[in-house]
Design a binder for this molecule. Sequence first.
Ligand SMILES: Cc1cc2nc3c(=O)[nH]c(=O)nc-3n(C[C@H](O)[C@H](O)[C@H](O)COP(=O)(O)O)c2cc1C
Length: 314
Amino acid sequence: MILAPMQGLTEAMFRRVYERCFPGAIALAVSPFLSLTHNIASARGGISREILEDVLPENNLGAMPVVPQILGKEADEFIALADALADLGYSEINWNMGCPVRKVVGKRRGSGLLPHPDLVRAVLDAVVPRIPTALSVKVRLGLKDSSELQTLIPILNDYPLASVTIHPRLGRQQYTGVPDLDAFADALPRINHPVVYNGDITTADHADAIRRRFPSVADIMIGRGILYSPTLPLDIADPGRDRAADRHLVRHFIRELIAEIHSVYPSEQSQLRKTKEYWCLLWKSLPISELQARQVLRQEKLTDVDNLIGTLLQ
Ligand SMILES: Cc1cc2nc3c(=O)[nH]c(=O)nc-3n(C[C@H](O)[C@H](O)[C@H](O)COP(=O)(O)O)c2cc1C
């Protein structure tokens, strides 16, 4: 089972805490994207630590293994970043061809690449022979139409990719609507690489349904579901397991995550913002009402947020 990249959520801090609380439950994570910037490699200093921060080995001590993800299409910068990641010890990198954010799409990055097969081929042609790592990709069905992935598949098949992760939505859908499993079914047998399914898995039953309908899927990737229910990977791995201790496990995880936020984020303001970002999804793992959850989001002081969450965790 693979942890999805989620900018601002599945960062190194989260990956460390999750692995500490649920050792081995997640085999691999893909990092939130590292964005290519113009002149990413300065002439002398190499890639800045700021860009690499999330995947620096010292920040990932105790975390599950991670595959760094790259967003962008500039071949020289891509290769420079891949070189730096290889120097850090990484043997695989992932190319983001799915991000639906309008500004990203406008630059033909993320899912903005999907309607441009010639551009995708040009990037792969330039990059694949020159990077020292394996390459996997994460795609959507298309930006505006699922025929876009169909057109891309023969191109993806021309390169030795480690895997293709498909989130079966269109870029323009963002996260609305439901994953189009029929379009996923059309794409799956045509891809000559291991295929990973990603999208809206929030229960063990759902994961099981995906595995039963698509037995050739190599792995599944879960994103928001792990925040709605931190024990989800355990349920998926062993649906019949004893859940008696789950209440305790989930509360312990939330406490550990908040403690880590306090130790990693420098200011009270950033700790407050970060705690609320996680709380927006994590509260669903607790037997509390939406009204109670919203009360936390209304607090303006860190101590009030911490106290209220502390009460709700009792
Ligand atoms: C807040 C947020 C940030 C995300 N950041 C990234 C990212 O950096 N790279 C990426 O490939 N996908 C990103 N995604 C998409 C997720 O990896 C995943 O494809 C999507 O959430 C669907 O899976 P899920 O339903 O299991 O959450 C992000 C999603 C969310 C909600």
